[in-house]
Unconditional design. Structure first.
Length: 247
């Protein structure tokens, strides 16, 4: 399990580093899951696991120093276990919840414990006028913060794959089916939490139209997106206030 553990850890490093620097949103489960799946040879599983976990935590927003469940670790580890250990997708998705909560604990340490001391590492070089020393400080911080996430990720995939696989083999079918129901419910709850954040209730009819297109008319995701884009353009076009010409 060494190679899968290393690959998964590298993907987590990319995500955490991006979160601290460029913020290209590679930390999201919809990116991390498919990337791990692709590198481990099963893109489809990565897409399913990543997209489901993304739905579960779609409404998570960082407020101040409050940590949120970490979707990067959760999606990476869940996808790796699903691909490497042949763990059912439902079980892997359900296991993502405690992993995300553990990642939240790491984020709390990062914000509340490590943030200030790491920042003060630049004080002495700044007092000496050592520009290179000051520039080294964020690099040191980046390495230390990454260690909070990559060490648990490596251990979970390297040692946990065999343990999870053995545990799943002993699970009764009814329990695995229950995990499936729970994983679907988690995704629905995550999306429902997002809907509560809608500021304009006038947009709810648009939501119901999309639901009808997908659920009853069996329109594909691409077709639904095209209809949504067309509706958005029409709304933007006809909702513009008319400007009277002054002669």
């Amino acid at each position: 399990m060494l190679i899968p553990a290393v690959i998964t850890t590298l993907v987590v490093i990319i995500g955490i580093t991006d979160e601290l620097t460029l913020q290209w949103q590679t930390t999201r489960a919809i990116v991390t899951g498919p990337l791990v799946g692709l590198l481990l040879g099963d893109l489809q599983t990565g897409l399913v696991v990543g997209a489901t976990i993304e739905m579960m935590f779609l409404s998570n927003v960082i407020v101040g120093a409050a940590g949120i469940p970490d979707v990067t670790m959760a999606s990476a580890i869940a996808t790796a276990l699903c691909v490497v250990s042949d763990v059912p997708q439902e079980v892997a998705i359900t296991l993502a919840v405690p992993v995300a909560i553990f990642g939240q604990f790491m984020s709390t340490i990062r914000f509340s414990v490590l943030g200030v001391p790491l920042a003060h590492l630049a004080d002495k070089p700044a007092a000496r006028g050592d520009v290179k020393g000051v520039l080294r400080t964020p690099v040191i911080g980046l390495i230390v913060i990454n260690l909070l996430y990559i060490v648990p990720t490596f251990i979970a995939v390297y040692f946990g794959a065999d343990l999870v696989s053995a545990a799943v083999d002993k699970m009764p079918t009814e329990l695995i089916n229950a995990f499936g129901v729970g994983s679907n419910l988690l995704a629905a709850v995550g999306f429902a939490m997002l809907l509560t954040m809608l500021k304009s209730r006038k947009l709810l009819p648009v939501l119901f139209i999309g639901y009808v297109l997908a659920a009853f008319l069996n329109l594909s995701i691409i077709g639904t997106v095209i209809v949504a884009l067309a509706a958005a353009v029409l709304y933007a076009t006809f909702s513009k206030p008319e400007v009277e010409e002054v002669s």
